[in-house]
Design a protein around this ligand. Sequence first.
Ligand SMILES: Cc1cc2nc3c(=O)[nH]c(=O)nc-3n(C[C@H](O)[C@H](O)[C@H](O)COP(=O)(O)O)c2cc1C
Length: 368
Amino acid sequence: MATDPPLTFPSLSSLEEAASAKVPPRIWAYIQGGSGDERALEGNREAFRRWRLRPRVLGDVSTVDLGTTLLGTSVHAPFFVAPTAYQGEIHRDGEVGTARAAAGLGILGIYSTLSSASLETIASAAGAGPRWFQLYLQPEFARSRRLVERAEAAGYRAIVVTADVPVLAVRDRQASGGFAIDASLPLGNGPDVTPPPRGPTRDGARYTLRTEAATTWTILDQLREVTRLPLAVKGILTAEDAREAVRHGAQAIVVSNHGGRQLDAARPSLLALPEIVAAVDGKAEVYLDGGVRRGVDVLIALALGARGVGLGRPVLWALAWGGSDGVGRYLSALGTELATSMALSGRRSIAEIDPSLVEPNPPLHIFT
Ligand SMILES: Cc1cc2nc3c(=O)[nH]c(=O)nc-3n(C[C@H](O)[C@H](O)[C@H](O)COP(=O)(O)O)c2cc1C
C-alpha cells in the first residue's frame, strides 16, 4: 500500500509509471481500466495528437495568468479535478487529501457521490476552496434530492449530473484485476446512497442495470425545482444531446466519454468538442475531460472552445504516488507546464487562448 513519498516528484511523463508501483494490482486495474477492448480509452489520447499548435512570438509574456471562472466560481487554473469514486481505496488520504491539495491551490474539485469520505468531510477539508458535487441519481428521487440539499448546505457551488451511466459498462480489465464495484466498498455518503450493483464479471454475459436506466431529460427539470445551484450535465458527446441539456436548463456541459469506461468505441471527447461548442452557442459553459495529461493538452482543448478541462486518472496517479502531497505537487506541476506552454505560444491569459492557436494535424491512419 501507500508509503511515504520520496523527495522528488516524478515528471509528468513518469508519474503514471511511478504510481503503478504504489498500489496493489486490483486497485491499478480499477484506476486504469476502460470498457471493452479500450478503444474509447485509447481514442482520447490519440485525439489530442490530431491537433498541433500555431505559436506566436515576441508578445511580452513576462507575466502569464491562469485564472478564470467556472460557472461564476473563481479558480486559479482552467483545469479541475474530475469526479472519481472510492479515492480512499487508492490512498489513506482519499478525497480529503485531494480536496485539501486542490483547495490550497485554488483549483476546483468535483467530488463523486461514490466518495469514500462523506461530502461534508470533504467540504471541511476544502475549507473556502472551490468545490462542486457530482450526482449519481438514486433509486428514489427523495435520496437524490437529499444529496443535493446536503451538498448545497456544505458549500458546494454546482451540481454535476452524470448522464452516461444508465447501465454499468463491461470493464474487462477491472473485473479480471479483481476489483468488484459492490456493496462491500465503504461509501462516505451513507444512507442517501444506494451501493452500485455488483459489476459485471469476466463472462460479460449481462449488463448491470443502474438505477437511473429509466431516466430522461426531465430529471433536470425536477432537479431545478429542488436546488438553486447551477446544474451541469456530464457525459455528453453529441450536439443533439448538448442542445437537449441546454433546453432543460443545464448551465454547463462536460463533454466526456467517462474516460473510456462506459461505451467502448465511443468517440473521443476532444473530437466531439467542436460540434458541441457550436451547438451550445454560448448558452452554457462547455468543459471537456478524457485524456488531458499535459499543459499543451489543456491549451488544445481551450483553443477548441472548452472553458475548463477535467483531470481523472492523473489526479489518482498523484494520490497513489504521494497522497495529498502528491496531488498538490501534480496540480502545481501541471500549472507550471500550462503557464510555460502559454508563454511559449504567446498567450498571457486564458482569454487569449483562441481557435487560431490550433490547426489539425495530418490525419492519422486510425481516423481515415
Ligand atoms: C477510477 C475512476 C473512477 C471514476 N469515477 C467516476 C465517478 O464516480 N463519477 C463520474 O461522473 N465519473 C467518474 N469517472 C470519470 C471521470 O470523472 C472522468 O470523466 C475521466 O476519468 C476523464 O478521463 P481521464 O481519466 O483520461 O482524465 C471515473 C474515472 C476513473 C478513472
